[in-house]
Structure formats: structure tokens, C-alpha cells
Design a binder for this molecule. Structure first.
Ligand SMILES: Cc1ncc(C[n+]2csc(CCOP(=O)(O)OP(=O)(O)O)c2C)c(N)n1
Ligand SMILES: [Mg+2]
Length: 329
């Protein structure tokens, strides 16, 4: 499948491009495997796949440094893999096993890693937005120059708590990057049907928060925008908004009748705008990699993903006594 978009020249090295390719491909293959395990009944409950949106997290992670934090919604597997969490621990959590990041008690939407500064995984739409501002408040209070990436969707951007958070974040000049992953649908509702203004990045204007729209199918454009946002926040200038235009290829969750868009629409995006194919073309035309090199990468990644599925299947279910651990009451 050839990308119809012409490959743009970029200043990034072949090594960096190869890394982005690997990172995006890991997410895609992991999600494909998760979809299969779901179909086999090994994953229960809800499962929201990230396929199509890979360039968003991979581009933004390329702009981070140690100590930066991230928090997101239920569509979270890609964020975890992109910040360096282990595929084994994520897959085992999806299957509800003891080897998972939440010992099999959180599932797809509720995983955390203090070590990687990943603060979930939140099932309530928009709930992570004030929490993200809280994380960035902690950094400001402690006097670090770390920032927090607070991810949410186009649908979540219509929630009241988002604007309460914008107000406080601007008032206290918090180092919070609000990343609106605009995949054009909230469950089954197209953005045009739910959202009064299509330019969500402008919604910080009333609070004095700068915002920009970013091509979320181009990992290099995302990385550049991420670097601008990070620079602003680390300099103590307060929050920043990135509206990243992206697209999800699969259903909202694994149970989605998909009546709200045509197959042709999805097919067109896959063929013309695929973020992984875009980097593949950059690697090949820039002579940074051969077809054989890319095949070898694909093979490595499939091995990591298959191993994570084996790990997940072999890891035991949590003991019943675990019902009484990790709770407040
Ligand atoms: C407070 C709340 N209302 C409704 C839901 C049901 N719900 C889950 S996801 C979703 C749509 C959110 O869309 P968007 O923010 O665009 O994120 P996306 O799923 O596209 O990543 C809704 C309405 C929920 N989980 N929480
Ligand atoms: Mg959406």
C-alpha cells in the first residue's frame, strides 16, 4: 500500500525515524493482538483500541524528558507502550492476570506506572483532565521543570470540568499540555454533530491559553508541536493546548455497530493517511532502511507481541484474597 502523500524532507536522523517506526508498529501489532484475544474471549469488559492514532503518542513522547508525566482516558494501551511500559504487563492486565500492571484487577482502562510516570487509564470521560492539572501543580509546587501531558478526546472537550481546569491551569500558570486527540468521533457521534466550533484548539483563548492544530497522522509534525508546547511549559509560561487531528480505524470499543460512518471513509484514511506507512516511505526514500530492514523490524515486533500474549495466557488469575487488597475501605 503506497502512501499518496508525498514524503516531506525532514531534519531527523534515520535512527530517530527508525525508532518512531518501531514504536508505532509495536502499538499497532499489540492492538491487533489484543483484538484477537478479545475475540477469543480472553479479554473481558470494554477494550478500546488505538489503531490509527499511533503517531500522536509516539510524536509527543519524543518531546519528553525523564520526570514528565502523562495521563489519559480509557483508550490507553498506546500511551503505556509509548512511555516504555512493558508489553507483557499491559497484555496480562488486559486478560485480568496477576502479572498485569494492576495485578489483574484494573483491566484495559485502569493501569498505572509510577516508574514511568503514567497516571492512568480513566474510564470516566474527561475525569483525567483536572487530575492532569493536579499533577502539573505538584511539579510547579516542587519547583521542577517537568510537564504533564493530559490527553483527552474531542468528545471529552465538551465537558464542563475541562473549562474549570483551563481556568485554574491558566490562573496558576501550570506546566500542563492539554492534548486533544481529535479522532473525529465521540463513540458514534461525529464531531460536527456534537461540537459547536470545529476548532477545539481555540477554546483556550478565553483563558489566555495558546493552542495549535496539529496533523496527528504525521509523527514529525506532532513531535515539532510537542517541542513547542514543552518549551512554553518548561519556561514557566503556563499551559498549552494541542489539538491533534487523528483517526481511529477500529470501532469505538470492541462492541461497536459502526453505523455512523462508511467503510469507504475508513478505507480512504488507511490508504491515504496512514501514519506508519508515512514513516515507512520516509525511511525508504531517504535510504535509511531497505525493505528487508523493515521486514526484520516487523518480525522483532511480532515476537515481542506474541511473547506478551503467551505471558498473559500463562500468568495466573489473581487469588480471591486480592479482593481485599489495594482498596481504601
Ligand atoms: C462521564 C461519562 N459519560 C459518558 C461515558 C460513555 N462514553 C465512553 S467514551 C465516550 C465518548 C468519548 O469520546 P472522545 O472524548 O472523543 O474519546 P474517544 O473515545 O474518541 O477516544 C462516551 C460518551 C463515560 N464513560 N463517562
Ligand atoms: Mg473522539
Amino acid at each position: 500500500m503506497a502512501a499518496k502523500r508525498p514524503a516531506k524532507k525532514s531534519n531527523v536522523s534515520g535512527e530517530e525515524l527508525t525508532q518512531y517506526y518501531r514504536d508505532m508498529l509495536l502499538i499497532r501489532r499489540f492492538e491487533e493482538k489484543a483484538g484477537q484475544l478479545y475475540g477469543m474471549g480472553l479479554i473481558g469488559g470494554f477494550c478500546h483500541l488505538y489503531i490509527g492514532q499511533e503517531a500522536v503518542v509516539v510524536g509527543l513522547e519524543a518531546a519528553t524528558k525523564e520526570g514528565d508525566k502523562r495521563i489519559t482516558s480509557y483508550r490507553d494501551h498506546g500511551h503505556m507502550l509509548a512511555c516504555g511500559m512493558e508489553a507483557n504487563g499491559v497484555m496480562a492486565e488486559l486478560t485480568g492476570r496477576i502479572g498485569g500492571y494492576s495485578k489483574g484487577k484494573g483491566g484495559s482502562m485502569h493501569m498505572f506506572s509510577k516508574e514511568k510516570h503514567f497516571y492512568g487509564g480513566h474510564g470516566i470521560v474527561g475525569a483525567q483532565v483536572p487530575l492532569g492539572a493536579g499533577l502539573s501543580f505538584a511539579d510547579k509546587y516542587k519547583g521542577t521543570d517537568n510537564v504533564t501531558f493530559t490527553y483527552f478526546g474531542d468528545g471529552a472537550s465538551n465537558q464542563g470540568q475541562v473549562y474549570e481546569t483551563f481556568n485554574m491551569a491558566a490562573l496558576w500558570e501550570l506546566p500542563c499540555i492539554f492534548v486533544i486527540e481529535n479522532n473525529q468521533y465521540a463513540m458514534g457521534t461525529a464531531q460536527a454533530r456534537s461540537t459547536s466550533s470545529q476548532d477545539i484548539y481555540k477554546r483556550g483563548e478565553a483563558f489566555g491559553i495558546p493552542g495549535e492544530m496539529v496533523d496527528g497522522m504525521d509523527v514529525l509534525a506532532v513531535k515539532d508541536a510537542g517541542e513547542r508546547a514543552v518549551k512554553h511549559c518548561r519556561a514557566g509560561k503556563g499551559p498549552y493546548i494541542l489539538e491533534v487531528k487523528t483517526y481511529r480505524y477500529r470501532g469505538h470499543s470492541m462492541s461497536d455497530p459502526a453505523k455512523y460512518r462508511t467503510r469507504e471513509e475508513v478505507q480512504k484514511m488507511r490508504e491515504e493517511r496512514d501514519p506508519i506507512e508515512h514513516v515507512r516511505q520516509l525511511l525508504l526514500t531517504g535510504k535509511h532502511a531497505s525493505e528487508d530492514d523493515l521486514k526484520a523490524i516487523d518480525k522483532d515486533i511480532k515476537a515481542v507481541v506474541n511473547a506478551s500474549a503467551e505471558f498473559a495466557k500463562e500468568s495466573p488469575l489473581p487469588d480471591e484474597a486480592e479482593l481485599w487488597t489495594d482498596i481504601y475501605a
